[in-house]
Design a protein. Sequence first.
Length: 215
Amino acid sequence: PDVLLLDEPLSALDALTRANLQDEIVRIWSEDRKTVVLITNDVDEALMVADRIIPLDIGPGAALGPSFTVDIPRPRDRRAMNHDASFQALRGQITQHLIALSHRNAAQQGSNVIQLPSLSPRSTESAGPSRTLASRMGMRHAALAERIEAELAQPDAALADGAEASKPGDERFVEFSQLVKVYPTPKGPQTVVDGFDMKIRKGEFISVIGHSGCG
């Protein structure tokens, strides 16, 4: 094609894969002298590959903003870019422009706030015990399903025999130990998780990071 229109081709990729694809896009552009239009929400990504960057206003009534010329010499070194004065200045200008667009859009939306009616949820306290789906369908195990759901609904339900009771001040929330997952495939069993351990404390913020596709 004479024009390559790339709509967020690098989104949701890990840093290594994203960097490799950036290099490949630049190689195709430089060797084949293609015209490339890259759509992205990453300012650094645009600065790494583009000659010009044009911000897009937020819709409805979206419009193209002023053009920012990227005069950073090629080839562009990722490590050196962070210390380049031109890169830092352009990043600041574009970021401030996008922030201003966001604030302007928020102010416009604030004048069109739709007031929702004030409603109170229906109380289920006097409705009696709810019937499970199994009970409504007349299944044989309906009584067992209702008993299990009733036990789970009790906040102070006793732990099963052999389970370790929580101690006062114990913040343990979730624990995995030696977790294994195997999928059957036409070529035989495929182990995707083997010996996975994790301990999560109550209220903790956990991030699991890896290469694209490893999850």
